[in-house]
Ligand binder design. Structure first.
Ligand SMILES: Cc1ncc(COP(=O)(O)O)c(C=O)c1O
Length: 1004
């Protein structure tokens, strides 16, 4: 008789009591427990202690029982924290006692174990915490068993050893149902081709192999905690990973939340006993194989008992789970298991991401327009979001979307990555794993059908396939790329394309960055969606071809994040694009009008809500990126990290005023003076250009004891009363009250004018004369001008370049007449003109006072006046000069850091290079457009003079195309270009292209 056929022993209560007394010295009551092959008895000793006596089947292999006993002893010492039953030795100290059989020759082996009180897992309420704890318990078991060995554990032909899975293949034909049989055959195929070859390399150990819900006992006081596992009859040596695989095969049967349960068990297990990546990768294949084994073995047995329905019914949960696993992507399950085991779901992920991050600047737009700079709206598709009521009728959805885009002038609408689109109620999004696939794995760009689609980077076409099922992608292109020369491959997917796409590219074709790879399909061909591009990155194809998941179950979104990383790594859209700004520009315009002074102005007909700056770019509330060609204050780039850090560091330490000693102000002054001619020796710090010029005028007046001022026509020097008086740009324009008597306007000279230099110098001479005349009339102490104030390139005058040597000679004339000369470097200083730090130097002028401001702190309010020792001494007439903010440590830190960046990034040279390039390109453009009257400037201080109102129209067009410009000059006929100095040649091309397109459009 085989061991299966031997009946279980059937000792009577009395006989058992006698055995207990004789061999264990126990007087006890006994209760029979169930046992298929062995006789199991509950023993309650007279002291109340409880035990389980196991009387083995006569056919039981003594070596296996000894193996189990050795294992128990090992666990008790190696893992004392692992709650479990303990061996209770006989009086002679032995773990096994021999009892003669009742009917024939031979004996039964008897063991006594302590009784573990508890609830069978099969009877307990289930929870994920419990699943985690079970995983952790089994991890503890594996950890302890890693140090255990016994020759008896080698059970080569043992039917229930998962390593022997192939041997049950012969029973597959016993599966009656054809579909079930095919399911099993598929699992075998995958196992033999992909899993079995790897088994030889894996870690091995002695395994328990039977964690089913009738063998796991939970604590009575806390059913989430494991009290013990029982029945070590399947103990055998095998691949270590089998332990978890077998447990999962049981734990995942009949559960709704497959991923949640699996994650709990695996994370629990690996928390105690870390698994290797190669073990995790085949985990779910082994789970499937364990199920295959059980259905094969039971089908084989069922064959011999055709009337026993129970055998087939009990297979059902195993077949159900097998069917689920079969319908899930097994490569995905490998990624999932890796992630649960604390590995990156995809091994190549970090390398791919790193490469994408480092190369983002070089990627081309995926559609035929620049998405970073185009206007957009965000269309959330979370449950209840506007528009989602039309989700089942995409024609209506498309109309709703178009209307929304029209309203806000958007070029495209954006659908977000990793958005939980719980509005996806369609059947196609159901998943066997419990939840529906509602999380979006790509980025959607809704725009006009037929828009061209482009490769963002070099690659090879992997597939061009029409996935024409309803709600699928329609024509789909998948490209393969490589993350650097020796880097891993990754993929990009373009879904919802047109039928024409199928003829545009072919599998195997090499593609260059920027190449057209398709066009957007309309609703009739693209799976039935409103026209859009679904763009996605994949770090692995998960064994698929021609198509790929575009949505996933929320429970595994964190795994998919690594399989389909954020497509924005390629698209490079500003993060604001994905956050809906709830306060619109229109609302801000309204509130501004209510609470801010009405004389403030806003740029552009459609005012911008700018929320962030970086380098030469500004970003509006929708994430649209603008090239800033206006801001000459954020000189070294918006929010330059070095300046920001310096401000933050100092602000968190100290901010006081010049009445205390501080080194930064002195260090900075030294550095500043080193950039200026030697005669300028003394520095005053203020907060604005206006304050600087105001102070300069005061000094000139105190020093000369005069009050008449000479200024260049169309000059602007600041917003105080005294400065409006010296600013013809203000007093002779809107709201101005005209020139005051003590102000004398010198004609604004132009480098390219027909008039000789002397003509303009005569104008200065005339001003001196009229100042002398006026001051003598006024009986002021002095006789003549107190000062002449001038920029070296006239900004508000319209970027007017002065004739060579003009300022030198004009200043000499004024100085000869006893006046002080003020060079206003507020706009043109700090290297903007690309020729040294100060523009007056290009004119060989020798000012007595230099004022500076705007770029000095890269946006932080700091300005300065630098003058001669003589003037400073005369100004120190007893009256203190105090400025609450000027020269404070934070301002000085900002100014120092700005200077550091100008030097370390060679920004003056850069301004010269980019500025010269721009000027030459605009001059070329002027040949095509006679409306361009003049192109002038120096470095990154450029003016383009246009006829009529064209300048304003070009500026308006450029704004709509995400390039920010302004106009200036007496009649606003000059486009002013004065970007942050970090503007690149590529940005310059963008500006040039926009101006050209504007002129083409406006002239057409
Ligand atoms: C040449 C010139 N000087 C002085 C000022 C005044 O500077 P702030 O606006 O910092 O007071 C300006 C401002 O535009 C300017 O362009």
């Amino acid at each position: 008789m085989s061991e299966f056929e031997q009946p279980a022993p059937d000792f009577t209560n009395q006989e058992i009591k006698e055995i207990l007394l004789r061999h264990y010295g126990l007087i006890a009551t006994v209760t029979m427990l169930v046992g298929e092959r062995d006789q199991n008895v509950m023993v309650t000793a007279d002291d109340g202690a409880r035990y389980v006596m196991k009387i083995a089947n006569v056919a039981e292999n003594a070596a296996i029982l000894t193996l189990q006993n050795d294992l128990f002893r090992h666990l008790a010492s190696a893992a004392p924290d692992l709650s479990m039953a303990l061996l209770y030795p006989a009086l002679d100290g032995q773990d096994l006692v021999q009892i003669p059989t009742k009917v024939e020759q031979g004996f039964h082996l008897v063991r006594m174990m302590t009784y573990v009180d508890g609830i069978l897992l099969a009877d307990a309420d289930r929870s994920q915490q419990q699943n985690f704890n079970i995983g952790q318990y089994l991890g503890g078991l594996s950890k302890a068993l890693a140090g255990f060995g016994s020759p008896a554990a080698f059970r080569p032909g043992f039917l229930w050893s998962l390593d022997n899975a192939a041997s049950v293949g012969r029973f597959a034909n016993d599966i009656a149902d054809a579909e079930n049989r095919q399911l099993v055959e598929r699992a075998f195929e995958r196992y033999t081709s992909l899993v079995q070859p790897k088994l030889g390399q894996l870690r091995k150990s002695v395994l328990y192999q039977d964690a089913n819900d009738n063998n796991i006992i939970m604590c009575p006081e806390d059913p989430d905690k494991v009290a013990a596992v029982i029945d070590f009859g399947d103990v055998a040596y095998g691949c270590t990973i089998n332990e978890l695989a077998i447990a999962l095969a049981y734990m995942l049967m009949d559960v709704g939340d497959l991923y949640g349960t699996a994650r709990a068990v695996i994370t629990g297990y690996t928390a105690r006993f870390p698994l290797l990546a190669e073990e995790l990768e085949i985990l779910f294949d082994l789970v499937a194989m364990r199920l295959v084994m059980s259905v094969c073995i039971s089908s084989n047995r069922a064959r011999d008992f055709p009337d026993n329905d129970y055998l087939t019914i009990s297979q059902q949960p195993a077949f159900d789970l097998l069917r689920k696993l079969d319908s899930l992507n097994s490569d995905f399950l490998s990624c999932f298991a890796r992630e649960c085991g604390a590995f990156d779901a995809v091994e190549s992920y970090p390398q791919v991401i790193n490469w994408l991050n480092n190369n983002q600047q070089a990627f081309k737009s995926v559609v035929g327009f620049d998405i970073q700079c185009s206007s957009r709206i965000l269309v959330p598709m979370t449950a209840g979001s506007p528009g989602t009521e039309f989700i089942l009728d995409q024609q209506q959805y498309a109309e709703w979307l178009d209307a929304g885009m029209d309203r806000s002038g958007a070029k495209f609408a954006l659908g977000a990555y990793m958005e939980d689109r719980s509005c996806y109620v369609m059947e196609q999004f159901n998943s066997v794993a419990g939840e529906s696939r509602s999380v979006h794995l790509g980025i959607d760009l809704f725009t006009a059908a037929a828009t061209t689609v482009h490769a963002p980077m070099d690659g090879v076409v992997v597939s061009v396939q029409n996935n024409d099922a309803a709600l699928d992608y329609g024509p789909t292109v998948i490209l393969q790329h490589q993350a650097g020369a020796n880097g891993p491959v990754f993929y990009t997917l373009y879904g919802h394309l047109s039928l024409q796409t199928l003829d545009i590219v072919a599998a195997g074709q090499n593609i260059n960055a920027g190449d057209i790879i398709g066009t957007l399909g309309d609703i009739t061909v693209n799976g039935g969606w409103a026209p859009h591009l679904h763009f996605q990155i994949m770090t692995t194809m998960l064994g698929q071809h021609g198509n790929f998941n575009g949505a996933c179950e929320p429970a595994v979104a964190n795994v998919w994040r690594l399989i389909t990383p954020d497509p924005n790594l390629v698209l490079g859209l500003a993060h604001e694009s994905f956050n809906q700004d709830i306060v619109s520009p229109a609302e801000l315009v309204k509130s501004r009008a209510e609470i801010l002074g009405p004389s403030y102005s806003l740029s552009y007909d459609k005012p911008l809500k700018i929320v962030r700056g970086q380098g030469a770019y500004l970003f509006d509330h929708s994430g649209r990126q603008y090239l800033d060609c206006v801001n000459n204050i954020c000189h070294v780039g918006h929010c330059h990290p070095r300046v920001v850090q310096a401000i933050a560091d100092q602000a968190s330490l100290l901010n006081t005023n010049t009445r205390y000693l501080h080194e930064t102000i002195l260090d900075y002054s030294d550095r500043l003076l080193a950039t200026l001619p030697d005669h300028l020796e003394v520095v005053y710090f203020v907060c604005t250009g206006s304050e600087a010029n105001e102070l300069a005028l005061r000094m000139a007046k105190v020093f000369t004891e005069r009050r008449d001022i000479i200024t260049l026509d169309w000059g602007y020097h600041g917003n105080t009363s005294a400065l409006i008086d010296v600013s013809p740009y203000k007093f002779n324009r809107n709201g101005g009250k005209g020139k005051k008597d003590h102000i004398h306007i010198a004609e604004l000279p132009e480098a390219n004018s027909d008039k000789p230099l002397d003509h303009y110098l005569t104008s200065v001479q005339n001003c001196i004369l009229s100042a002398q005349e006026h001051s003598s009339q006024e009986h002021s102490a002095g006789d003549g001008p107190a000062a002449m104030i001038a920029e070296s390139i006239s900004g508000c005058g319209g970027q007017v370049i002065l004739p060579e040597g003009y300022l030198q000679k004009a200043f000499e004339l004024v100085q000869a007449a006893g006046g002080v000369c003020i060079a206003d470097e507020v706009q043109v200083g700090f290297g903007r003109t690309g020729k040294g730090m100060w523009s007056f130097a290009a004119q060989s002028a020798k000012p007595d006072i230099v004022t500076m401001g705007k770029p000095m702190g890269n946006g932080h309010p700091i300005a300065a006046v630098v003058t001669t020792r003589k003037i400073a001494d005369a100004f120190a007439n007893g009256m203190e000069y105090f400025n609450s903010f000027g020269g404070n440590p934070v301002s000085m830190a900002a100014a120092s850091a700005t200077l550091d960046v100008i030097e370390s990034e060679n920004l003056i040279e850069h301004a010269n290079k980019v500025g010269t390039y721009m000027m030459s390109e605009f001059k070329v453009m002027a040949r095509d457009f006679p409306q361009i009257m003049d192109v002038r400037g120096a470095g990154l201080f450029i003016g383009i003079e246009l006829t009529g109102t064209l300048a304003a129209d070009v500026v308006g067009y450029a704004r709509d195309h995400a390039v920010l410009l302004s106009t200036d000059g007496p009649k606003n006929t000059v486009i002013k270009i004065k970007p942050p100095m970090v503007i690149s040649l590529r940005d310059a091309d963008r500006l040039i292209a926009v101006v050209r397109r504007a002129l083409e459009k406006l002239m057409s």
